[in-house]
Ligand binder design. Structure first.
Ligand code: XMP
Length: 516
């Protein structure tokens, strides 16, 4: 068995908004890496045994009192280091060079002339390349033993390196797409300087993780809350491959799912994958509990608590189970300086939080090292259907927060039909996989319309389609008018009770993605 994480890079985070992107780039090049805060203890670093270090950028100035610095002993480890932006300034400052403030903050595209090709710029044909700058300070004097590897108009020292000590600094950001050759530059560092082997593939991740899970679980049994979303689906299939029928999946239908969703989950997991899947239809219980409730936070609380009660009751039938499997992802566990993942903004929902302790179960989190795009690749590797792998995020409280005001079965039916049309049109137009989320919202208002000779007084559907990378910020998608027009015509013609469709053109912030 290949040890997929044997050849790894350590990224020390100084608070840059791009730190996670650095990690994703390294992993896309098939090398495992982890992000840790800049002050991660030296003993931990030694234990982690990386083949190289990357210092991220950050908002501070090295000359500020209290600026984040690393212990000087790091340089004595004799590991290759790549400092990006603040990381470069820190290396300069700590190794005896000079950092000054640039006359003006440089933000945006710039051209860098390459002064020395090997090793960082190896394979680049051009003499001058487009790079993305975002910095205040700049390097005025390089430390002893270093040479200048690249220059730009605003940054005479845009790239530097000490080839003997294998320490490099870049003033620009190679990790962002606006530096077209950035990937090659990072790969040159990883492969030519650090001499990593590209072992990190999702195929080897799957093999290793299945073996690990088998060993960890032993002859015990595991419970998993399956929602049909990408993360819990991948967890379930991974564990199913590891321990077969000793995995018990519980799928709770809260009556707030989209059209055809529960049928799909049963078809895929019970029929196709032949899992031990337990379906609990609790629609009535949820809808009864939501009667008369208008306040969104109240709705969320009711749904979350009920879910836990129902799940716990069902789970207690499996008295031999000692583990609870969860789809926690890497962005939820990174302990970095700047990062607050989408989880920080996600409101209370039916995450099975608190359950493991209450039920005395141990947690299994096989995806806790993965980014979302890696989870999708794992899903493909495991043979999950594309319709599940490419599914848009769907909130735990489901349609309850897209059915504004009081939720009732009639309104849910209207919303479900309208939402299914939005989805169908996204898929046929090819827009589905180009956006973060697309859905319908049922507004609690009635407006006048006319149908034939008759005046109508019916409900309004809002269509929300957004682009985003992490749900922290989002922009409304510029979907062609023809696609929106077709959605509107179909919804008004096919969904009884709707005579008007509007398109939401607000970004987040200041709006949010969901309407609630
Ligand atoms: P907002 O509306 O806050 O949503 O911009 C950000 C992202 O989070 C999703 N969301 C949830 N996901 N449980 C979840 O698992 C929830 O309770 C929940 N509420 C919102 C939302 O769909 C969007 O992708």
């Amino acid at each position: 068995m290949t040890e997929v994480k044997e050849e790894k890079i350590l990224i020390l985070d100084f608070g840059s908004q791009y730190t996670q992107i650095i990690a994703r780039r390294v992993r896309e090049s098939h090398v495992y890496c982890e992000i840790h805060p800049y002050n991660w203890p030296l003993s931990e670093i030694k234990k982690f045994a990386p083949k190289g270090l990357i210092f991220s950028g950050g908002p501070s100035s090295v000359t500020d009192p209290g600026a984040p610095i690393v212990s000087e002993e790091i340089y004595a480890l004799n590991l290759p280091i790549l400092g990006i932006c603040y990381g470069m300034q820190l290396i300069t400052h700590q190794l005896g060079g000079e950092v000054g403030s640039a006359r003006e903050r440089e933000y945006g595209p710039a051209y860098m002339r390459i002064l020395k090709k090997e090793p960082l710029f190896s394979g680049i044909e051009e003499e001058s390349i487009r790079v993305w700058m975002s910095h205040g300070d700049r390097i005025d004097g390089i430390p002893e033993g270093f040479e200048i590897l690249g220059e730009s108009d605003n940054s005479p020292i845009a790239a530097m390196g000490n080839l003997d000590r294998k320490i490099f600094g870049l003033q620009f950001h190679p990790e962002v797409v606006h530096t077209p050759q950035g990937r090659l530059i990072l790969e040159n560092f990883i492969f030519k300087v650090c001499k990593c082997k590209p072992l990190w593939t999702m195929k080897s991740f799957v093999e290793t993780t299945i073996a690990e899970m088998r060993e960890k679980v032993g002859s015990d049994e595991v419970i998993c809350a399956l929602s049909g979303g990408v993360d819990s689906s991948v967890v379930a299939v991974l564990l199913h491959q590891a321990i077969g029928k000793r995995l018990h999946c519980i799928f709770v239908n809260n009556g707030l799912l989209r059209k055809g969703e529960s049928e799909q989950v049963l078809r895929v997991f019970r029929d196709h994958f032949d899992m031990d899947l337990h379906y609990v239809d609790a629609s009535d219980t949820f809808l009864t509990a939501l009667k008369g409730v208008v306040d969104p936070e109240q709705k969320r609380k009711i749904i979350g608590n009920l879910f836990i009660d129902i799940f716990e009751k069902k789970a207690s039938e499996f008295s031999n189970a000692t583990f609870l499997a969860q789809g926690t992802l890497y962005p939820d566990v990174i302990e970095s300086v700047s990062f607050k993942g989408p989880s920080a903004t996600i409101k209370t929902h039916h995450n099975v939080g608190g359950l493991p302790e209450k039920m005395k179960l141990k947690l299994l989190e096989p995806l806790r090292e993965l980014f979302k795009d890696e989870v999708r690749l794992v899903g493909r590797e495991l043979g999950l259907p594309e319709e599940i792998i490419m599914r848009h995020p769907f909130p735990g409280p489901g349609l309850a927060i897209r059915c504004l005001g009081e939720v009732d079965p009639d309104k849910l039916e209207v919303l479900r039909e309208a939402d299914a049309i939005v989805m169908e049109e996204m898929v046929v137009s090819g827009w589905h996989d180009r956006v973060w989320q697309a859905f319908a919202v049922l507004l609690p208002v009635y407006t006048v319309g006319v149908m034939g000779d008759e005046r109508t007084y019916e409900q309004v559907i809002a269509v929300r389609i957004v682009e985003s990378v992490d749900a922290m910020t989002a922009d409304w998608a510029k979907v062609p008018h023809e696609v929106l027009g077709k959605m509107s015509t179909r919804i008004i013609n096919e969904v009884k009770g709707v005579n008007r469709v509007v398109y939401d053109i607000s970004s987040k912030p200041p709006s949010t993605i969901e309407w609630e």
